[in-house]
Design a protein around this ligand. Structure first.
Ligand code: FAD
Length: 333
């Protein structure tokens, strides 16, 4: 097990929240490490994002690449790794991966949420070739207008009533909406009534096979042999906050498992902040960016108040020179 230098801040999660925080902290000459395992949604979203101010039309993967490059150029260190264990207190936290123990004075958890993908023949893997690549969508608040005038299949993965709610929202834009419920649970009576009133049909069944190519899904076949070939597919499933590290630290969680914070991301444990989707807040890129920034401002102010700053020698060991270009190929994330 290798030990790292002591960073001012260690950020777990290299999505928009973590990277916005890293940019601010690095710009303020804090030594900051972003640890990310590469399982965030934007890393596989090749469809354009239309509601991110300043970036309208950018693809998720390109946005992530740019945010990483900006944080890196400002001086943040970006490392690929899975944070497994956390311990310590303000001034001396430790995060362990399989091979390295990272040390830091403060922590920011920006670990996002985990989404359920549809199962095909009982497995999630076949769906991943299509997830957020072409005509499959996940986020009605971000993407609903994209299916204007289309025939849409809403696939409920273990979340029947949520699927019904999304179907009703999408019916404002789509030419037609059908709901497919996978998993064992059925609709509540009230959800079933609302779908019936809008004339939205509901089917139950498990997906047996997919047809499509290069990220575009043409059709799916159910186990009973029926074939569904809409224009677009909307996936609705539980979104589970990634709170394992928070639990190890004894952070307060909401009823749905998000990390409870004050409005600038401070948690109930001194020296630990949270930002982005892992907080109980609207799950949007711009919100994640903003909350990462707010937490970073507070972390920087807290370190200043406590008189904690990495000595220059240590900073130079973890910070690239100002002229460093954002060559992603040279980064480990
Ligand atoms: C398909 C899809 C399309 C979307 N489209 C839009 C859109 O058009 N507009 C919009 O505003 N929003 C959109 N969203 C929502 C948006 O992507 C999220 O709100 C945003 O990414 C949240 O940022 P975050 O930094 O909080 O978390 P995430 O982006 O989820 O990043 C969290 C990171 O933490 C890492 N991580 C978690 N646990 C660990 C650990 N233990 N160790 C190391 N790393 C860890 C993960 O690898 C991940 O990279 C979309 C979401 C999806 C799924």
């Amino acid at each position: 097990m290798t030990d790292s230098p002591v960073y001012d801040t260690l950020i777990v999660g290299g999505g928009p929240a973590g990277l916005a925080a890293a940019l601010h902290l690095a710009f303020h000459q804090r030594s900051v490490l972003v640890l990310d395992r590469g399982s965030g949604p934007l890393g596989y979203t090749t469809t354009p994002l239309w509601n991110v101010p300043g970036f309208v039309g950018v693809r998720g993967v390109a946005l992530l690449k740019q945010l990483r490059a900006e944080a890196h150029t400002a001086g943040a260190t970006l490392t690929k790794g899975n944070a497994l264990r956390v311990s310590g207190e303000l001034g001396d936290f430790r995060i362990e991966t399989e091979t390295v123990t990272y040390r830091a004075r403060t922590l920011l958890l920006a670990t996002g949420v985990a989404r359920h993908h549809p199962r095909v023949g009982g497995h999630h893997a076949p769906w991943l070739a299509y997830a957020a690549k072409g005509n499959t969508y996940y986020c009605p608040d971000c993407e609903a207008p994209e299916i204007q005038g289309q025939h849409v299949l809403v696939i409920g993965v273990d979340a029947p009533d949520s699927a019904a709610g999304v179907a009703l929202t999408l019916s404002e834009f789509a030419q037609s909406v059908t709901v497919l419920l996978t998993g064992e649970a059925g609709l509540s009576e009230s959800a079933a009534d609302r779908l019936r009133e809008r004339g939205i049909p509901v089917q139950m069944g498990e997906i047996a096979a997919l047809e499509g190519r290069r990220g575009h899904l043409d059709a799916l076949t159910l186990e009973d042999g029926s074939r569904l070939a809409p224009d677009a597919f909307f996936v609705v499933g539980p979104k589970l906050p990634r709170h394992e590290l928070a639990m190890q630290l004894g952070l307060e969680l909401s009823a749905k498992g998000h990390i409870q914070t004050g409005w600038r991301g401070q948690t109930n444990v001194a020296g630990v902040w949270a930002a982005g989707d892992v907080q109980p807040q609207t799950q949007q890129v711009s919100v994640a960016l903003g909350s990462g920034n707010m937490a970073a401002v507070m972390i920087d102010q807290t370190l200043t108040r406590l008189g904690l700053r990495s000595p220059a020698a240590q900073l130079s060991a973890v910070t690239p020179p100002p002229s460093a270009s954002p060559r992603l190929s040279s980064m480990s994330l």
